[in-house]
Design a protein around this ligand. Structure first.
Ligand code: SF4
Length: 306
């Protein structure tokens, strides 16, 4: 893969007119929350060892997950609505965030897993610098819904070792309806190509844990297996073989309390999921994970299978 020559240029000097995600909503977050729900202060909803990522991420000791409040996408089927709309969590300083990172490392986790951190990009980079000065030596995972600007991806060069990259929707009509983001696929596809070029092919440590590279996650949605297949075709047609890991997820669960219209009111059938897995095999996408049938259900541990 070639080098990226696009100049690193953040579109906003700070949070006075935020443009950190493709919404570019221009919010002055010192005065009000942006469309993602994030305000100027750093808000962390949860930080703990996490055992439910892919095996190459969670390993035995867990991934050091830090869930940030707010989300640029806001999918209607989100399982973490209290977090993704920005209300949940506690406010921390950059130094406090660095201490959180170091505390997770002290618990023996395999990596630092930053979940939906995009609205806090500048704070996270500053906290990582502080933590590294204090001894942080873990690989850093950028865990994202895929709705990222090129500028944000480039700002993470040398900061994020691993991308856990959701590729959610192909059809604009679907992303418009479910995440109010008709431009999702074009934006995410560009960000994914940049992330893959930036990290290079997956590199594993002697313990089988991922040290660098990209894991592309596709969550199969009920009634929309064709969209997932379009995403697979895109991956097979544009990214180099062996340039990423694929994670095909069947854990979609209708969120509690949300009256979603059919077909989002139900889980993914075995027929639907199998059709997507077979498409991946047909396209030569063999490097990655599928999920067992019992991985559905809120709060359930999804057992990934190689
Ligand atoms: S990160 Fe949030 S505040 Fe910033 S542009 Fe995106 S939606 Fe707006």
């Amino acid at each position: 893969m070639g080098n990226i020559t696009m100049p690193l240029q953040m579109e906003t000097p700070g949070r006075n007119a935020c443009a950190l995600c493709p919404r570019r909503c221009g919010a002055n977050r010192r005065l009000a929350a942006g469309r993602c729900g994030a305000r100027a202060e750093i808000r962390v909803a949860h930080a703990a060892p996490h055992l439910w990522e892919e095996p190459c991420i969670s390993g035995v000791n867990g991934s050091g997950a830090v869930f940030f409040s707010g989300c640029p996408l806001g999918c209607v089927f989100c399982q973490n609505h209290a977090i993704s709309r920005g209300g949940a969590g506690r406010v921390v300083t950059r130094q406090g965030l660095a201490s959180l990172f170091l505390g997770l490392q002290a618990q023996g986790v395999h990596n630092l897993n930053l979940v939906t951190a995009t609205p806090y990009l500048h704070d996270v980079r500053a906290a990582l610098a502080k933590a590294r000065a204090g001894g942080l030596a873990l690989p850093v995972v950028w865990n994202t819904g895929g709705y990222e600007t090129p500028q944000t991806v480039l700002a993470l060069r040398g900061e994020a070792d691993i991308w856990l990259f959701d590729l959610k929707f192909h059809a604009p009509v679907l992303s418009a309806r479910l995440a109010n983001a008709p431009d999702y696929f074009g934006v995410a596809a560009r960000a994914l190509a940049l992330a893959c070029a930036q990290t290079g092919p997956p590199v594993f440590g002697p313990n089988g844990l991922l040290q660098s590279g990209v894991v592309v996650r596709i969550l199969v949605l009920p009634g929309h297996r064709g969209d997932a297949v379009r995403l697979l075709e895109h991956l097979a047609g544009t990214l180099p073989p062996g340039g990423f890991m694929l994670s095909l997820m069947r854990q979609y669960t209708p969120p509690n309390g949300a009256a979603l219209p059919p077909p989002l009111h139900r889980r993914v059938s075995s027929y639907e999921y199998r059709a997507v897995v077979q498409a991946a095999q047909r396209l030569g996408l063999h490097s990655g994970y599928t999920q067992g049938k019992n991985s559905v259900g809120e709060g359930y541990v999804p057992p990934f299978e190689i």
